[in-house]
Design a protein around this ligand. Structure first.
Ligand code: GDP
Length: 432
């Protein structure tokens, strides 16, 4: 889904506006370190459109000074969001900092909306006309606090946002969409460079595809792949402040835009919380997944032994994901990513016909019925694979099925039908 970033000086009312857009009343706590860090991106919804709203309010101005910090905010927002809201305090008017941010944003090829906040009464309304001078088009006067004109602003936002492929749709035929994700310094840019350097880079020569400039088309093992949202990997966003927020936001955007993710892990180091967070994002987004252990050139015998135990424990959520050991540095086994991607996507696209599914399920349940709950034996009446991308099973039952039993069904389903490299969802509909 498209990403909207909200930028502006401290105290112009960014968080209040964010809450207004989200339809919430309470203020976001901004001054507690760590609180807004991982809550910087919110899911917003208006007029049937979903988008991700990013509040930059948690960024403290750093030593470079306010003006530079806000300009850097704008720079990062432009590089990573699909549209930007610049918020100005209309009761103060345009300050030098606002002008600096506007100057950056005027270069943006993406939509920028200028919001004049704190227009709490009509007296200020006339003054907002002077904000045309910022060169960002018509100012949108609002009062985030009182809600004045926030509906009009939301209409304008939704109009400005680019349309994105719907969740689970294949937007177009053509190269399959790959997200290259992983924690900082795991070797994402190195790998991308390796792939586009060694293999023929086909960035503008694929017939019939319009390629978003943030994506890269590369050939790997005879197929063309579309690595999504790679602009930030090629050109590093340069800001101490906020780089961390946007690393995690980029991960989310890339995963959402992709069909399959290559999750890059550092083979030379133990699995970290950050690695698991990325994996969870992929699984929760329902994307296919390949695990690539990078920096394999640094792995020795001891490390290899340590890894076996570590991965058994660490990767319990994705026992179905293919593992490839690579080195972006030497190019070792980089080609092997392609077969793994193909397998994962094939699983992601796969549908088991209802007849076949129910034949298999009847036998399974006869052999191992669901556990009794509250003195009752839930019956599984019927199952269907309601969806693909990701494959989604729906079981119609007469009672609730415990998570353990749902996992058992998933495991057996995989044993019978494959689905290597893809998450599988098992939903239960209880019929009264
Ligand atoms: P990114 O933040 O994920 O894009 O990581 P980079 O591609 O910038 O890589 C971070 C550092 O790891 C750089 O110093 C790379 O040279 C190094 N690096 C990347 N891949 C490998 C690898 O396969 N082997 C080794 N030894 N170093 C690597």
């Amino acid at each position: 889904q498209p990403v909207l970033a909200v930028v502006g000086r401290p105290n112009v009312g960014k968080s209040t506006l964010v809450n207004r857009i989200l339809g919430r009343r309470e203020a976001v706590v901004q001054d507690v370190p760590g609180v807004t860090r991982d809550r910087v991106a919110y899911d917003a919804f208006w007029a049937g459109r979903r988008f991700t709203l990013v509040d930059t309010g948690g960024w403290e101005p750093d030593a470079t000074g306010l003006q530079a910090s806000v300009a850097a905010q704008a720079e990062i927002a432009m590089a990573t969001a699909d549209a930007v809201l610049l918020v100005i305090d209309a009761s103060v008017g345009a300050t030098a900092t606002d002008e600096a941010a506007s100057k950056v944003l005027r270069r943006s090829k993406k939509p920028v909306l200028l919001v004049a906040n704190k227009v709490d009464d009509d007296r200020l309304l006339a003054d907002t006309a002077s904000l045309w001078s910022l060169g960002l088009g018509e100012p949108h006067p609002v009062s985030a606090l009182h809600g004045r004109s926030s509906g009009d602003l939301l209409d304008a936002i939704v109009k400005a946002l680019p349309s994105m492929p719907r969740d689970g749709d294949r937007a177009t035929a053509g190269p399959r969409r790959v997200a290259l994700v992983g924690k900082p310094n795991v070797g994402k840019s190195s790998l991308l460079n390796k792939i586009s350097g060694e293999e023929r880079s086909v960035v503008d020569s694929v017939a019939g595809t319009t390629v978003d400039p943030v994506d890269s088309l590369v050939e790997l093992d005879g197929d063309v792949w579309r690595f999504v949202d790679t602009a930030g990997l090629r050109k590093r966003v340069n800001s101490a402040n906020g780089a961390e927020y946007y690393a995690s936001l980029r991960t989310k955007t890339a995963i959402d835009a992709a069909e399959v993710a290559i999750v890059l892990l550092d083979a030379a180091e133990p699995l970290s919380e950050q690695d698991l967070r990325v994996l969870t994002m992929v699984v929760e987004a329902g994307r296919a997944c390949v695990l690539a252990f990078n920096k394999w050139d640094l792995v020795d015998e001891d490390r290899r032994h340590a890894m076996v135990r570590e991965l058994d424990r660490g990767l319990v959520r994705v026992p179905w994901a293919d593992k490839v050991n690579i080195s972006a540095l030497t190019g070792r086994s980089v080609r092997k990513l392609a077969p793994a991607l193909r397998t994962a996507l094939k699983s992601w696209d796969q549908r088991v016909p209802t007849g076949q599914l129910n034949g298999w399920l009847a036998d399974l349940i006869a052999a191992t019925p669901p556990p009794v709950r509250g003195g009752k034996q839930p019956k599984v009446l019927f199952a269907t694979q309601a969806g693909i991308r990701p494959p989604t099973l729906v079981l119609f039952t007469t009672g609730f099925l415990e998570a353990g039993y749902r996992r058992f069904i998933e495991r057996k389903f995989r044993e019978r039908f494959g689905f290597e490299g893809s998450p599988v969802r098992v939903n239960v509909r209880v019929r009264e």
